[in-house]
Design a protein around this ligand. Structure first.
Ligand SMILES: C[S@@+](CC[C@H](N)C(=O)[O-])C[C@H]1O[C@@H](n2cnc3c(N)ncnc32)[C@H](O)[C@@H]1O
Length: 231
């Protein structure tokens, strides 16, 4: 470029032309960077929005579409992603169900075991979690042992559709509306009269909640808790 300049222009002007060219290249690179930046963040925002819609139960699959349940991870039976319930919401769920020492609490899709652990540790209940994900299963079992709660709490490494929940007096859920709908026949068949079902954020279609409460977590996010009592 310098040789090209020398032939056409006097040196000071040549210098400024080179600068102009360098400036144009910088501007071009900047535009390319902005384009990839927009593409990356556009994609990230799109993905996040998709997940939020999916979790709201209104997304890609629609609330009542039972034929096209989503899959998360390599296990096709893992049909809900791992999103933990904040501790203050866990507390409200267990309070709303009036969990006590005589209760057997089942958390279907128990994640890191936080509901099971709080039910056993703070509320004195017998608590059982059901978790398909091997890492979450191990993490929650280890925590239960570390806390010395293994006489009152346990995690089953199972698909929640295959578990016998007849012993449950309380069932906790943080799943999707479409998954609740699929679990409904099992809950209706196996749960005894008076058993409580508490669901975080997602309703049980066709059931009338006895109580609905709102909890604002420490990040200012609002959560709904639905309490159902089996007739
Ligand atoms: C939204 S998380 C809720 C975790 C926990 N109950 C809580 O409230 O913090 C849902 C959990 O369900 C588990 N899960 C999804 N499909 C499952 C299935 N078919 N059987 C057992 N667990 C499942 C996921 O691995 C995940 O940990």
């Amino acid at each position: 470029m310098a040789r090209e300049c020398k032939q056409i222009l006097a040196p000071p002007l040549c210098l400024s032309t080179s600068w102009l060219r360098a400036g144009r290249i910088r501007a071009m690179r900047h535009r390319q960077f902005r384009k990839s930046y927009r593409a990356f963040f556009g994609g990230a925002i799109g993905l996040t929005l998709g997940l939020v819609l999916l979790l709201s139960g209104e997304g890609l699959f629609g609330q009542n579409d039972l034929t096209a349940l989503p899959q998360f991870g390599s296990n096709p039976n893992k049909i809900v992603p791992y999103v933990p319930t904040p501790p203050e919401v866990v507390q409200k769920m267990l309070e709303l169900a009036k969990v006590g020492q005589d209760d057997t609490v089942y958390d279907l899709g128990s994640g890191d075991g936080r509901i099971v652990i709080m039910a056993a540790d703070k509320f004195g209940a017998h608590a059982v979690g059901v978790e398909l994900d091997p890492d979450l299963y191990k993490q929650s079992e280890d925590r239960i042992k570390q806390m010395g709660l293994d006489k009152r709490a346990e995690i089953l490494h199972e698909d929640f559709f295959n578990v016998n929940i007849r012993r449950a007096t309380v069932v906790t859920l943080y799943l999707l509306t479409s998954v609740n709908e699929r679990l409904k026949p099992m809950l209706e068949k196996q749960l005894r009269s008076g058993a409580r079902v508490v669901s975080h954020d997602f309703q049980m279609p066709g059931w009338q909640p006895e109580k609905t409460e709102e909890v604002v977590d420490k990040n200012g996010l609002s959560h709904k808790v639905y309490l159902y009592v089996r007739p």
